[in-house]
Design a protein around this ligand. Structure first.
Ligand SMILES: NC(=O)c1ccc[n+]([C@@H]2O[C@H](COP(=O)([O-])OP(=O)(O)OC[C@H]3O[C@@H](n4cnc5c(N)ncnc54)[C@H](O)[C@@H]3O)[C@@H](O)[C@H]2O)c1
Length: 384
């Protein structure tokens, strides 16, 4: 008999670590009687994580991040008994109200992405918060100065080596290439691609485009990273030279105003500008749109925008500078396996906080090594 299965079923099926943790949790129930409040992108793989937490006995109250919540995932979560607050929004105030609503449930554990929930908790603390997790570097930087005020264990998933190489390097590289091809239907062969940022993400992006026969150059403000790119065989020219020769520019730095309207005179006709960094501030899209040299703009469906300059050159921008591997038609984000690893770290870290095996001295610190070992071993055991 055939049953209509969805993309969410596919993701759940292939989150093999989370499925094995769910099976274990059915017996151990580490979150019995606890509420977990979450503020993280809601899409297919997140469903697998939140259901694992539920299978561990938690009452889960979830909301998404700005602009990325997927309706199909929300429907499945609600049908499975998870409380999902709000729906997709680009409005920061509305998003703020959703976060407030999550905190109104006074969760015992918080799963945060960018530090919003913990920062808001400190504005209106309630008794009984045990601690939680933070997914990103940006969140870690925001929460570090708040350690004393928080005074509970908060484990930072991004600082696990597993997250660094599995997601940031391999998966962001792959999904960026996949999204470029899906959004443009254009060839990468022989095209000149400039990657801004040669951290974990940039290394993966550069490697994947090289693997797709593009001619890749790298720009990094850190001379050590620039040297690394050079020794890895990429061109590492001066910023202006790289921009002037690029057919495609991809920013993935975590910085602000990496490419701005001041760069317009350098750009080739037909250049594509795309950002894969977390915040939509790496390419100053508003500054570019407001520049006096811009004489026309064309908005395509599928998150593409073209601006025409007075001298006839055209500049294409993906997704108005938002992370383009979560944009366009049928965005699928990073690979299921990379998210399964990262989310297994999430589940194990929340379990450690719930069970009291980490204490307040672990406030805004990396994932403990024993958890990295356990997750890596679990993944490898399923394959060998
Ligand atoms: N798109 C995704 O799915 C995804 C997933 C994970 C992380 N991220 C985001 O990608 C960004 C990069 O993450 P990472 O882990 O590679 O960070 P990282 O800190 O390892 O590397 C960033 C690099 O960018 C360089 N840099 C900073 N400002 C620059 C500038 N103006 N010009 C050129 N280089 C500059 C830094 O020197 C550094 O080498 C972050 O915003 C992160 O949150 C995106």
């Amino acid at each position: 008999m055939s049953v209509l299965a969805t993309r969410i079923d596919w993701a759940r099926e292939h989150c093999r670590l989370l499925r094995s943790i769910s099976a274990e949790y059915a017996g151990t129930r580490p979150f019995e009687g606890l509420t977990i409040g979450t503020g993280i992108h809601i899409e297919a793989k997140t469903v697998a994580l939140l259901l694992t937490l539920r299978d561990g006995g938690a009452k889960v109250v979830a909301t998404g991040n700005l602009n990325t919540t997927q309706a199909e995932a929300v429907d499945v979560l609600r049908a499975e008994g998870i409380t999902v607050v709000g729906s997709v929004t680009k409005d920061a105030d509305v998003h703020g109200r959703y976060l407030d609503e999550v905190l109104a449930a006074e969760p015992d554990l918080i799963l945060d992405n960018g530090g919003d929930l913990f920062a808001k908790y400190l504005e209106k603390p309630y008794p009984g918060l045990l601690g939680g997790t933070e997914e990103t570097t940006s969140g870690r930087m925001r929460l570090e100065p708040l350690r004393d005020a928080l005074g509970v264990p908060v484990l930072v998933i991004n600082d696990s080596p597993i997250k660094q190489f599995a997601e940031n390097e391999h998966a962001v590289g792959q999904s960026t290439l996949e999204s470029f091809l899906r959004l443009t239907n254009r060839s990468t062969n022989g095209e000149r691609v400039t990657v801004f940022g040669y951290g974990a993400c940039g290394r993966g992006v550069a490697a994947n485009f090289r693997g797709a026969y593009a001619r890749v150059s790298v720009v990094d403000v850190d001379p050590v990273q620039r040297l690394r790119a050079h020794l890895d065989g990429f061109a590492a020219p001066a910023r202006e030279t790289a921009l002037a020769n690029a057919d495609v520019v991809i920013t993935v730095t975590g910085g602000r105003n990496v490419v701005t309207a001041a760069d317009l005179p350098l750009l080739r006709d037909g250049v594509i500008l795309a950002n894969a960094g977390h915040f939509p501030v790496e390419i100053d899209v508003e500054g570019i749109l407001g520049h006096p040299d811009v004489v026309a703009r064309h908005e395509y469906t599928d998150d593409l925008l073209t601006v025409e300059l007075a001298d006839g050159r055209r500049v294409h921008v993906f997704s108005r500078g938002h992370m383009f591997n979560l944009a366009g038609p049928r965005p699928i984000g990073n690979s299921i396996e990379s998210m399964d690893l990262g989310f297994a770290l999430q589940a194990r870290c929340l379990e450690a906080v719930a069970c009291g095996t980490v204490d307040a001295s672990s406030c805004v610190v990396p994932v403990p090594r024993r958890i990295d070992d356990r997750v890596a071993t679990g993944y490898l055991d399923q394959r060998y």
